[in-house]
Design a protein around this ligand. Structure first.
Ligand code: PMV
Length: 350
């Protein structure tokens, strides 16, 4: 049929790294200088929902993000479209009965179920959902690991969002990026009581984009060389082991140390990059107090390229962790919990 519209919808979760990706060895292909590992929490339900459609009646590719038309001409989006179309073309070449979807324009409609301004890594879920939706539309047989190589070209951290639960991104060594892909460390069901509390600094915004930040760190930081050569490879092994053993204390220490190490290389960048602010540091102290009061490590903070804190804990310790934040941060303005309660002036929660 001439004007038939083909359509597929999917969702992809936000992932928050516990061993951070920071540094590109190839900026065009998004090849990293170190491997990384993240957790996606299905019950926190921060997701991007995407519908991909194509039709002969569409005149050009279009992307609608949270209700507004977005630019599709950037090389990241173009790389994803090009690679997915090439895979569809291979299918069509091998079976002449298939409709030639690879030659039709695409319409991508995408929305986040969390505020984009919350400063969470929305590009990770965004590109993962875009790649998955188009792969489903094209009925591609490629595995999530294979598709992760395409999502990686949209946004590095997006490759890890092709999997739920605990997933890693192997940096690889091939110059063409063929071995730089995500793999599952463990499904969410393997260690299901992991939880995340997201503390949002409502007032501040990300100053330096992750792409330009990491380029500058690679060029100027001396701490960075040590981090990628020694620190991260050892931590990747230890973190995979901690997850296999469901050893929260080790998981937590590695998470906090790696966040600190990443932000130390940002500070060691010249000129320095400050992602954490006073409010972020108050969250670090609050986590330390919570752990001290519990007499063991029950909470772990981590910060991405922005001031917001993500705090990991286990469900059995919910009362010791989530409930304590409002009290401990009552003196600090500007915090919001995942459930939307804001600590207001005077310390009263809404
Ligand atoms: O995927 P990008 O280019 O937005 O970079 C993400 C970098 C961090 O969020 C800081 C770390 C990570 O591994 O997700």
């Amino acid at each position: 049929m001439e004007n038939e519209v083909y359509r597929a919808s999917t969702t992809a979760p936000v992932n928050i790294a516990v061993i951070k990706y920071w540094g590109k060895r190839d900026a065009k292909l998004n090849l990293p200088t170190n491997s990384s590992l993240s957790v996606t929490l299905s019950q926190s339900d921060l997701r991007t929902h995407t519908t991909a459609s194509c039709s002969r009646s569409f005149t050009h590719d279009i992307l609608i993000l949270n209700g507004k038309e977005d630019d599709v001409s950037g090389h990241r989006t173009q790389s994803c479209f090009r690679e997915l179309r090439a895979l569809r073309k291979e299918l069509e070449d091998s079976d002449s009965k298939l409709p030639t979807l690879s030659q039709q324009s695409l319409k991508i409609v995408s929305s986040n179920n969390f505020p984009t301004a919350a400063g969470l890594a929305s590009s990770a879920a965004g590109f993962a959902a875009l790649v998955r939706a188009i792969a489903d539309l094209y009925q591609l047989p490629q595995s999530p690991a294979e598709l992760s190589k395409i999502a990686r070209q949209g946004s590095g951290s997006a490759c890890r969002s092709l999997f739920g639960g605990y997933s890693a991104w192997a940096m690889g060594s091939a110059p063409d990026g063929s071995d730089s892909l995500a793999y599952e460390v463990a499904p969410q069901s393997y260690w299901p009581d992991m939880r995340a509390c997201i503390l949002v600094v409502s007032a501040e915004k990300k100053g330096v984009s992750s792409t330009s930040g990491m380029q500058l760190t690679v060029k100027t930081s001396t701490l960075f060389a040590e981090r990628v050569r020694e620190t991260v490879p050892a931590r990747m092994r230890a973190m995979e082991q901690a997850i296999k053993e469901k050893d929260f204390e080790t998981f937590a220490e590695l998470t906090m140390r790696d966040s600190n190490s990443f932000h130390a290389t940002c500070l060691d960048t010249y000129p320095p990059i400050f992602y954490m602010g006073d409010t972020s540091r108050a969250a670090v102290r609050a986590v330390e107090k919570i752990n001290e009061a519990a007499g063991r490590t029950v909470a772990a903070y981590t910060f991405d390229a922005g001031p917001n804190a993500v705090v990991y804990y286990q469900e059995k310790d919910e009362a010791l962790v989530a409930g304590q934040f409002k009290e401990l941060l009552a003196e600090t303005q500007g915090w919001e919990t995942e459930r939307g309660q804001r600590v207001q002036e005077g310390g009263k929660a809404e």
